[in-house]
Design a protein around this ligand. Structure first.
Ligand code: BEZ
Ligand code: FE
Length: 289
């Protein structure tokens, strides 16, 4: 095809892609091309703006390494992560809702027994977390693998602190024979997503803040059930309505109860104030055999 103009270019690219072996790839790329071309026509993209876009994506690539995933941050802040999570995890009523994964999960986190302190030296007010894991039919799930990760009281994950060389405020526990889980950790704080890179500059240009409301991350795996990736949020948090990555679901917001110094759920005594929070998870049946 020759003499291509701003309108016929879209069809020309689709024709050029037609011999691809994998029909799903061809379908996805062609849809992307159609939307990209429509976008450029709609905003009448200038050459200067096109070049700025290329520069922006180049910066996103340059700042990305094993510790920093700026592309995921871009997807999160543009709402794409929440869209993809929502359309792939619509669950029956009664099941715990899923939300974004985020960039701070670490494979191979330490295993703990129920009741143990997963803070592992991270600083913050004590927080005792407990609840049940059930299936959609109401039956308790025994031995579910519960991975937890959270920020410290200053809003940082262990992986964001170069001086920390061990896992803190993250770990894995398994649900007990009665379906219960419980562990000690510390009070999670609202935090700013990494905003010293191109995504931070984008948020600034759009008049947006980088804050996320305080939350605990959970990933729960159990045989015969769909893996659940979700958060628990804190009732009353300033940023519930304006989460920088659009991850809040009202069903995931719970009351974190403050207690004066005294006896704690683990039978010990705390000479500082502490918190308790309780959340029951309900897993959906797996669609896989
Ligand atoms: C998080 O909650 O860990 C997170 C999610 C999306 C972007 C940045 C952080
Ligand atoms: Fe987080």
């Amino acid at each position: 095809v020759i003499d291509i103009d701003q309108w016929s270019i879209t069809r020309a690219v689709e024709l050029a892609n037609a011999r691809g072996q994998d029909s799903r790839i061809v379908h996805v790329v062609n849809a992307l091309v159609r939307h990209l071309h429509d976008f450029a026509r709609e905003v009448r993209l200038t050459e200067q703006e096109w070049f700025e876009g290329v520069r922006f994506l180049t910066q996103v690539g340059h700042i990305t390494d094993e510790r920093r995933q700026e592309f995921i941050l871009l997807s999160d802040t543009l709402g794409l992560s929440t869209l993809v999570t929502a359309q792939n995890h619509s669950k029956p009523t009664g099941c715990t809702e899923a939300t974004v994964f985020g960039p701070f999960y670490v494979e191979g986190s330490p295993q703990y027994l129920n009741g143990e302190d997963i803070a592992n030296g991270a600083q913050g007010e004590p927080c005792f977390v407990s609840g049940m894991v059930r299936g959609h039919d109401g039956r308790v799930i025994v031995g579910a693998e519960i991975s937890v990760w959270q920020s410290d009281s200053e809003g940082y994950y262990d992986v964001q602190r170069p001086e920390i060389d061990r896992h803190q405020a993250r770990g894995v526990v398994h649900s007990l024979p009665d379906g219960r889980y419980h562990f000690k950790s510390l009070l999670a704080a609202p935090y700013r997503i990494p905003h010293d890179g191109p995504v931070g500059r984008m948020l600034e240009a759009l008049g947006r803040h980088p804050w996320r409301p305080a939350h605990l991350h959970f990933m729960i795996k159990a045989e015969g059930f769909e893996t659940l990736i979700t958060h628990i949020f804190r009732e009353g948090d300033l940023y519930l309505e304006s989460d920088a990555v659009f991850g809040v679901r009202s069903s995931l917001v719970t009351h974190w109860v403050r207690h004066e110094p005294g006896r704690t759920p683990d039978g010990k005594t705390s000479d500082e104030a502490f918190y308790t929070l309780q959340y029951d998870f309900v897993l959906d049946r797996s669609t896989k055999e």
